[in-house]
Design a protein around this ligand. Structure first.
Ligand SMILES: Cc1cc2nc3c(=O)[nH]c(=O)nc-3n(C[C@H](O)[C@H](O)[C@H](O)COP(=O)(O)OP(=O)(O)OC[C@H]3O[C@@H](n4cnc5c(N)ncnc54)[C@H](O)[C@@H]3O)c2cc1C
Length: 329
């Protein structure tokens, strides 16, 4: 009899990395995502006739295996080195700058990298409502049998899917995430380069500001120099405007004007990330129960970021393949 597939719910980078690993090891897999496009929090939107990153601002690499994936993207023209230097802004203080790891961007938006990783994997676009076990102990995804199930998403989303039998089996999924509102604003021309001490603005960490936490220069990030900024709110401002995120825009625009001296933009777009980033650290790289239920994503491992999510998904895929007698090469 044909073996039921592993069903991976969630096609952000963690779920795709997991499905890719399983598929490479010959394990039948199905990837399911409720989004119109995959990529989750590496989402981009076409605004003013160009893709703009609304979620993750960039990638960094510290893991050799993830660095190899990113180098492959670079060799095919999908990812590029963006910058290692950002401006630092704070109220009542002159702008400074800080240099850190190389940040990577993608010409087609970061989502295009997840889409590339998912190439060739069987993908369904639908929202999964319930994962449970039947009386014979088989795992079911919305009533369909699965040999194992992976929930590749933040805890709050994963916990909502667990039926009564699984709630007893799975340890509590209570790792909290904080919200962020992203505000995209565009102008006719660039007017903010002078704010950067180097005279070339890429983005800024904003300290001690009630409205803003980070500003990315999307034109510099993408390499077309378009006069487009993407501002990320503080979690506190986002939490106050979760029901109506456009209510956060006036305070964010006013802060952009204060810090960068920009005039009123030609257009704006607001996006709410209710579960933008898991807050605390959780050292375990993923969850895998004896009964074949796995959970992975950026809430598993060190700091919540793209690389952590990729590694969590890849490692869970490897563990599942090994369990099924398809050891990873
Ligand atoms: C505003 C913002 C800024 C960020 N900045 C950075 C940064 O600069 N650098 C960095 O490295 N990281 C950054 N991050 C974090 C980074 O985006 C995440 O760590 C990473 O994308 C998480 O990937 P994931 O696969 O774990 O989860 P997600 O990308 O959230 O994927 C989960 C997927 O599950 C799907 N899903 C959920 N429920 C269901 C369901 N019931 N049925 C079907 N599908 C479902 C969703 O549609 C989604 O596609 C940022 C995030 C945000 C929001």
């Amino acid at each position: 009899m044909e073996q039921a597939p592993v069903v991976v719910v969630g096609a952000g980078i963690a779920g795709v990395a997991c499905a890719r690993e399983l598929s490479a090891d010959g394990v039948p897999v199905r990837l399911v995502d409720r989004g119109h496009r995959i990529g989750g929090r590496m989402g981009a939107k076409r605004l003013d006739d160009r893709p703009t990153d609304l979620g993750a601002s960039y990638l960094t690499t510290s893991d050799d295996d993830f660095a190899a994936v990113v180098r492959d993207w670079r060799s095919r023209g999908l990812a590029h080195e963006w910058t290692d230097t950002f401006t630092v802004l704070a109220p009542e203080a002159a702008p400074g700058s800080t240099t850190g790891p190389m940040r990577w961007g993608a010409r087609g938006g970061l989502r295009s990298l997840v889409e590339d990783l998912a190439e060739g994997l069987p993908l369904e676009h639908r929202a999964v409502a319930r994962v449970d076990r039947d009386a014979d102990g088989r795992l079911l995804v919305d009533g369909e049998p699965a040999s194992s199930v992976v929930l590749a998403m933040p805890d709050e989303q994963a916990a909502r899917l667990l039926g009564p039998t699984l709630r007893a089996e799975v340890p509590a999924l209570e790792h909290p995430s904080e919200p962020i509102v992203a505000l995209v604003a565009w102008w006719a021309e660039r007017t903010w380069d002078h704010v950067a001490p180097e005279g070339r603005f890429h983005g800024a960490f904003v300290n001690d500001d009630p409205a803003l936490s980070f500003v990315a220069d999307d034109g510099r990030r993408r390499g077309d120099d378009a006069p487009v900024l993407v501002a990320h709110s503080t979690p506190t401002l986002a939490a106050a405007h979760l029901a109506e995120p456009s209510g956060a825009a006036p305070a964010m625009l006013a802060a952009l004007q204060r810090h960068l001296g920009v005039p009123l933009p030609l257009g704006t777009h607001v996006h709410r990330w209710s579960l933008a980033r898991p807050i605390a650290e959780r050292p375990a790289p993923y969850l895998l129960t004896d009964g074949g239920l796995g959970v992975c994503g950026d809430g598993w491992g060190p700091t919540a970021k793209v690389e952590t999510a990729w590694r969590s998904g890849r490692d869970l895929g490897r563990a599942l393949a090994e369990r099924r007698g398809h050891p990873a090469g």
